[in-house]
Ligand binder design. Sequence first.
Ligand SMILES: *[C@@H]1O[C@H](CO)[C@@H](O)[C@H](O)[C@H]1NC(C)=O
Ligand SMILES: *[C@@H]1O[C@H](CO)[C@@H](O)[C@H](O)[C@H]1NC(C)=O
Ligand SMILES: *[C@@H]1O[C@H](CO)[C@@H](O)[C@H](O)[C@H]1NC(C)=O
Length: 388
Amino acid sequence: MNYLRVVVVVFLLGPYLIMLGRGASGNQISARRVINLAHRQSAWTPILQTSANLSDIRSIRSFFEFRTLDPEGTIFYGDTKEGKDWFVLALRDGIPEMQIGKADILVSIKGGRRLNDGAWHLLELRSEGKFVVLEVNNNPELVVGLRSELTEDELTGKIRLGLGGMLVDKQKLFNPFQPDMDACVRGGHWLNLSTLWDTDPTWDPRPCFSEIKRGSYFPGTGMVTFNTSDLPGVKTEEAGITIQIFGSWTGTLLSLQSTDFEYVLGELDEHTDVKVQMGLKEGSETAALPREPAALTFNILKHSLVVNSKPDRETESLDFFSMWKKGMLLTFGGVPGESEDAKRSHHLRGCLEKILVQEQVIDLDQALYKHSTVSSHSCPTEAMNELT
Ligand SMILES: *[C@@H]1O[C@H](CO)[C@@H](O)[C@H](O)[C@H]1NC(C)=O
Ligand SMILES: *[C@@H]1O[C@H](CO)[C@@H](O)[C@H](O)[C@H]1NC(C)=O
Ligand SMILES: *[C@@H]1O[C@H](CO)[C@@H](O)[C@H](O)[C@H]1NC(C)=O
């Protein structure tokens, strides 16, 4: 019974996200405005957090509009007793999932419709006695009842809320997930709190575009790096490794690096005709790269690299298969370690609608490194209007 209450309280708070004072950050904003939950370095820390006295909580209801194309990530979090009792709402496979930790109980419950369709959905979380209810577009979709004999009914102390992250260690999760959430929230009412929320100091607040489509958006300021040993490997020697990229872009598409090897597939000059530079950085060969929606197939064979069926670089002295397995850096959108000026002029700009490695879709949220300006799951449609 006590457990339920705590949960209820958490729910109430949840909708009104407030930033917890984090001393160092200093910045505070209202959690009722349009908020882009992506674009920070610290994957687990909330973008916004706040706290309130439980005795001040008047409403156990939070609601907000939510829009994403991302299948997985943290939406919001609440806790009491400094994190001893906690709650998190996340998405997995696009479907809402709640996890709750209280006394000796850990709960994970997932259900309802897929929310990652790029449309705005109204989410509401509230406490009803011993139950927590999640409504989507005014339909109850998930109801959790909880009870523990081990806890006391305690409605004093603080409640903490977080948006886009959690305040307890991820080890406490019952069912781990990938936290990065490329999503926007607007019109939030969080337990009817009107306090300002503290922002994550690594957050790079970005606009929410009025219309989005599937893809990974590179605004021309950063790149994403994978360790190839984390990606699908060679199946047959003849076929090698195939990387397929669909989208429309200018700038450096990808690069491969290991200790004594570097390969860059990019353009020479984005102000004249768009060209692809092939071969080593100093590259000798160019080919036209379409500005319009394009598809590019990059093949890695044991001793050669092939672009759109055209052999580009061959070397008997290197074994690309063992290099791939051991771990090269595969970077989309730039070349790690290049000077800042070079980076700026050649960073990829555009929308990579789909990246396949060995026919598997690659999720940029799984990368070793992702620059905070890159949107992993959404591109603006042509009309780049921003929501404010
Ligand atoms: C919470 O309560 C304490 C003590 O009652 C008070 O000092 C503090 O200012 C309150 N905090 C908020 C956010 O109202
Ligand atoms: C929410 O807050 C507003 C203003 O602070 C107040 O007028 C309203 O009654 C509150 N609603 C609830 C349910 O407490
Ligand atoms: C890539 O992964 C391999 C194997 O796990 C590891 O040995 C290597 O250090 C990693 N490289 C980087 C840059 O993280």
